[in-house]
Design a protein around this ligand. Structure first.
Ligand SMILES: [Fe+2]
Ligand SMILES: [Fe+2]
Length: 318
């Protein structure tokens, strides 16, 4: 993938240094001048070094000490911001009360809009925006596997086996999304649309890599997974109906159709086996399970509110 277009002084300096392979100290000095969009893109690129390569950037920079220092500073800011938005629920048990807690959450829904009202152009825009996550679906959670006890690990592997196609590359979820994009006339190469994604989408992706790459945040990673799975099945069926209403190709509809049934199973495995297994081994992580779950719902709300507000104002102008 090519490096994205810089969004400010930090990414300008960082991308120049990544290409030349030196002078990362100058990048650290650019940090105080970075606005949220600039910082979020810098962190997204630093995380990507752990997943895939950038054209013209040496592979060994993945473990460069100064870049890791920069990543750590950006992650600290992100984690502080996420934690400042979170209030732990009182008197609730994660496994016993999780689904009721999710049901009480009343966030903005892009899927409901796609179901009934969205235009074809809006769905194409959404598809490009979501591709930043869906073309690597589940990869951030895979980092967590070696950090778990036997029950949670077995449960997570059961879920990941399904996400990764159960041995069939044609059923691998991020490949299903790529086929849906191609059939819809879009570029399915990873990161092709990074320049057009808003801050909220970058933050949503950065939070998942933050939780996945840091062992101390394994509770947050699994809480995030549980909330993600528990809020997928119904929206996926709305997406199926919306895509059919607009005449999108079968390949794209299939991606969401797969998630209607799969995630109705995954949410049970995630809460009872994976999170329940983690709590049996490490009960002190219950607060982080809630933190991760809240963050998943909160960040999706922020994405939905920003996208829906923008579409509403465009429609008002039109
Ligand atoms: Fe999936
Ligand atoms: Fe799933």
């Amino acid at each position: 993938m090519d490096l994205p277009t810089p969004r400010g002084p930090l990414t300008e300096t960082l991308f120049g240094a990544l290409r030349s392979g030196d002078d990362f100290f100058a990048v650290l000095t650019a940090l105080p001048d970075a606005d949220p969009g600039d910082s979020a893109l810098a962190l997204w690129v630093l995380h990507q070094l752990h997943y895939r390569d950038f054209t013209g950037v040496p592979d060994d920079l993945e473990w460069d000490a100064q870049l890791l220092r920069l990543r750590g500073l950006l992650e600290r800011d992100l984690e502080q911001r996420l934690r400042s938005r979170f209030t732990a629920p009182t008197g609730l048990g994660f496994v016993a009360d999780f689904f009721d807690w999710v049901a009480e959450h009343d966030g903005a829904s892009i899927a409901a809009h796609v179901h009934r009202d969205a235009t074809r152009e809006q769905v194409l825009e959404l598809t490009r925006m979501r591709s930043i996550y869906h073309l690597m679906e589940t990869d951030p959670t895979a980092w967590v596997v070696p950090r778990l006890g036997v029950r949670a690990k077995a449960g997570l592997m059961e879920l990941l086996y399904d996400e990764y196609g159960a041995g069939d590359p044609n059923r691998l979820h991020h490949h299903l999304y790529a086929r849906g994009m191609e059939a819809s006339g879009l570029d399915a190469s990873y990161g092709a649309y990074i320049d057009e994604v808003p801050l909220e989408v970058l933050e949503q992706n950065n939070a998942q890599s933050l939780f996945g790459l840091n062992r101390r945040l394994r509770g947050a990673a699994l809480g995030h997974l549980a909330a993600f799975e528990a809020t997928s099945s119904l929206p996926s069926s709305r997406m199926v109906q919306g895509l059919e209403r607009l005449g999108f190709p079968r390949e794209y509809v299939d991606y969401y159709a797969e998630h209607v049934e799969a995630d109705a199973v995954h949410e049970q495995v995630a809460v009872h086996v994976i999170c329940g297994g983690l709590l049996a081994d490490e009960p002190q992580l219950e607060g982080d399970l809630w933190f991760g779950a809240f963050t998943a719902l909160d960040l999706e709300d922020r994405v939905a509110r920003s996208v829906l507000a923008r579409w509403e104002s465009q429609e008002a102008v039109a």
